[in-house]
Unconditional design. Structure first.
Length: 118
């Protein structure tokens, strides 16, 4: 799955670069969208993000590309690799800004883990 996000002034920190918390929120959101689209009707919550390392700075007006791919499926959980790029569309000039694995677990109405559909 691929999505994009435009970095606006309200997403920046006091130094004029993308605030890391906004990027983490978007990564989490895109992983959740991936799980929800692949497992319709299921409710998910994030339980882990394996690594947080910001590799490149991002300024106002940058269009970020989020690539989300499922890497693992367990009994109650699913894991996605999320890569974030800045730069020229899908060209070789695109830089990796951030990458991580996000693990989400399926929960029922009471918030208890429940098996994924087969």
């Amino acid at each position: 799955m691929q999505n994009h996000k435009l970095v606006m002034r309200e997403h920046l920190n006091h130094y004029g670069y993308l605030f890391g918390g906004n990027l983490l929120k978007w990564v989490d959101e895109h992983a959740w969208i991936g799980a929800t689209m692949e497992f319709p009707g299921c409710s998910f919550v994030t339980i882990a993000m394996d690594n947080v390392e910001f590799r490149k700075s991002v300024g106002e007006g940058t269009i970020l590309r989020f690539e989300v791919d499922r890497t693992k499926t367990g009994r109650t959980s699913v894991q996605y690799e999320v890569n974030v790029f800045r730069g020229e569309g899908g060209s070789a000039k695109a830089d990796v800004v951030f990458s991580t694995h996000v693990t989400l677990v399926r929960v029922d109405e009471q918030g208890h883990k429940t098996p994924l559909p087969s």
